[in-house]
Design a protein around this ligand. Structure first.
Ligand SMILES: Nc1nc2[nH]c(S[C@@H](C(=O)O)c3ccccc3)nc2c(=O)[nH]1
Length: 280
C-alpha cells in the first residue's frame, strides 16, 4: 500500500511510514522530582525518542484514562506549555494531544506544530482554532473521550461506521474553514471500541483511504492486546507486530511509546511494500 499522495505540506517525510513518539507529561508519568525536574526529564525523554528515530513527538498533559476525572485547564496548561516551549527548539515537529481549544491555542503560540484532538474536532471552538491557525490536525474518531467503560457502543460494521463518522467530522471541519489538506484521520483504537473491533480496524485499514487523508494509527500498549496474551500498558510485542501490519495496510503515522522497536517494524513493512525502492 503506497502512502498518501506526497503533495501534502506536513512537517514529516511522506515517502515512508512516520513514527510519532508519545510523551506523557502527566505527573504519574514522572518520578516526583518537582516541576523543573519534570520539564528537564520530559525534554530528555523527547531527545531519546528522537535519537531512536521518532519523526514527531506527541505531548499529552491529560491521560484519557477511562473514568479519570478531567484535569483542570490551568493544570493542563502548566504541564504542557513549558515542555512545548523547550521542545520547540528541537529538530522534529511537536504535536499536542489535547481536547481543549484554550490549550490548543496556547501550545501553538508556544511553538507546537500539530494538533492531536481525540475528540475529532467535535468542539466548534477547536474547529475554529484549526481553521484560524491552519496547523495540521489529527482528527481521531471517538464516541467519547475519556473512554467510558460503562457506555458499550454496538457497531454493525465498525470499519464502515468509523469511516462514515470520520467523513461527517471532516465535512463539519471543512464547513468551519478547516482545509482538508491539513487533516490527518485516525480510527481511535480503544475509544468506544472492543478488542476485536480493534483488530477488524487493523485488518481493514486500507478502506480508510476513501477519505483521502493521511492516516494515524494509535494502538501502542492498548487493551486490544488482551486478545494476544498481553495487557493494556504492557503489550510491547503485540504493539510491534501490529505496527508492521498497520504500516503495511496503509497507516502513514504510527503513534507509539517504544520508538526504536517500532521504527524497526515500520522499516520492515516499508521494505516489504517496496523491496526495490526502500532506503534504510
Ligand atoms: N491521535 C491519537 N491520539 C491518541 N491519544 C491516545 S490516549 C490513549 C493512549 O493509550 O495513548 C489512552 C487511552 C486511555 C487512557 C490513557 C491513554 N490514544 C490516541 C490514539 O489512538 N490516536
Amino acid at each position: 500500500i503506497q502512502h498518501s499522495e506526497p503533495d501534502r505540506n506536513l512537517p514529516w517525510p511522506q515517502d515512508r511510514t512516520v513514527v510519532m513518539g508519545i510523551l506523557n507529561v502527566t505527573p504519574d508519568s514522572f518520578h516526583d522530582g518537582g516541576r523543573y525536574e519534570r520539564i528537564k526529564d520530559a525534554v530528555a525523554r523527547a531527545e531519546a525518542m528522537i535519537d531512536a528515530g521518532a519523526d514527531v513527538i506527541d505531548v499529552g498533559g491529560e491521560s484519557t484514562r477511562p473514568g479519570a476525572d478531567p484535569v483542570e485547564i490551568e493544570e493542563e496548561l502548566d504541564r504542557v506549555v513549558p515542555v512545548v516551549e523547550e521542545l520547540a527548539d528541537l529538530e522534529v515537529p511537536i504535536s499536542v494531544d489535547t481536547r481543549r481549544p484554550e490549550v490548543a491555542r496556547a501550545v501553538i503560540d508556544a511553538g507546537a506544530d500539530v494538533l492531536n484532538d481525540v475528540e475529532g474536532l467535535q468542539d466548534p471552538e477547536m474547529r475554529r482554532v484549526a481553521a484560524e491557525t491552519g496547523v495540521p490536525v489529527v482528527l481521531m474518531h471517538s464516541i467519547e473521550a475519556p473512554v467510558d467503560p460503562e457506555n458499550e457502543i454496538h457497531y454493525d460494521d465498525v470499519v464502515e461506521e468509523t469511516i462514515r463518522e470520520l467523513g461527517d467530522r471532516l465535512l463539519a471541519a471543512e464547513k468551519a474553514g478547516v482545509d482538508r489538506e491539513q487533516v490527518i484521520i485516525d480510527p481511535g483504537i480503544g475509544f468506544g471500541k472492543t478488542a476485536r473491533e480493534g483488530f477488524e480496524l487493523l485488518d481493514r485499514l486500507a478502506e480508510f483511504e476513501a477519505l483521502g487523508c493521511p492516516l494515524l494509527f494509535g494502538h501502542s500498549h492498548k487493551s486490544m492486546f488482551g486478545l494476544t496474551g498481553e495487557q493494556a500498558g504492557a503489550a510491547p510485542n503485540s504493539t510491534i507486530a501490529a505496527t508492521a501490519i498497520a504500516a503495511r495496510n496503509g497507516a502513514d503515522i504510527i503513534r507509539v511509546h517504544d520508538v526504536a522497536e517500532n521504527v524497526a517494524a515500520v522499516n520492515v513493512a516499508d521494505a516489504a511494500a517496496d523491496p526495490e525502492g526502500f532506503e534504510p
